[in-house]
Design a protein around this ligand. Structure first.
Ligand code: SF4
Length: 227
């Protein structure tokens, strides 16, 4: 990991959101750096960027928002890469904030450690792709590690959701339906959120448009679509 991202883990802070943490006002901490390279990633600046803000600055910001915000979303980039994440989460919880984690689900060891200490109140887990497509779409990673993270969240009864980004040139409807069926087969009863690729936005793999149109009507029978 970039040494600067250890000392200054955050690329930026969104000071207020009502959209990113279910039902409560929150801030978003954007962690610099990522261990994947998803072709459709909308945040290349954060993935390749250097951190600009320290833990201390982030905690000072939260201290100034006591009574105004209730939660913090750890997003990025990928927050589980930050080596001091556990102690950082302890400090956030000590201030009285809830923590939601957005993760690409490639660090099950970190997720286990956080959950054992009851440091995560809600997780949004990316189910990126079937094993056969992980490298093509994400530049690496493993479906197996996704399932390890999933099993941990299920086992500890943590509130969480599973989500994926659907780019019709990268995944087929059939593959999304297979992913949905696999989730159902292991007892996942909450919505499987599928976010449709946003056309015209700069992406890491420079795929700003898709050639094929998604069969949204078919997908809607199996997943919960998000725009
Ligand atoms: S979309 Fe992929 S590359 Fe971008 S931040 Fe998420 S996991 Fe990293």
């Amino acid at each position: 990991m970039n040494p600067l991202n250890v000392m200054l883990p955050l690329y930026d802070i969104t000071r207020f959101t009502l959209l990113d943490y279910p039902d409560i006002p929150a801030a978003i901490f954007w962690f610099a750096g990522c261990n994947l390279r998803c072709t459709y990633c909308y945040n290349p600046d954060i993935v390749f960027g250097q951190g600009k803000l320290s833990e201390e600055e982030a905690l000072a910001f939260l201290s100034s928002r006591l009574g105004l915000l209730e939660g913090v979303v750890l997003s990025g980039g990928e927050c589980t890469l930050y080596p001091n994440l556990i102690s950082f989460c302890r400090s956030i919880k000590a201030l009285g904030f809830k923590i939601k984690m957005d993760t690409n689900a490639m660090r099950p060891d970190v997720i286990r450690a956080l959950i054992r200490e009851d440091l995560i109140d809600y997780a949004a887990l990316d189910y990126k792709a079937p094993a056969s497509k992980m490298t093509d779409i994400c530049g690496g990673g493993s479906e197996k590690r996704f399932w390890e993270c999933f099993d941990t969240l299920q086992y500890f009864n943590t509130a969480f959701e599973v989500r994926t980004t659907f780019h019709p040139d990268l995944l087929s409807e059939e593959e999304i339906i297979t992913m949905s069926n696999k989730l159902k087969a292991v007892g996942y009863q909450k919505p499987f959120y599928v976010q449709l690729f946003r056309e015209g936005v700069q992406t890491l793999g420079r795929i700003e448009t898709s050639i094929r149109l998604a069969d949204v009507e078919r997908l809607a029978h199996f997943v919960t679509l998000r725009k």
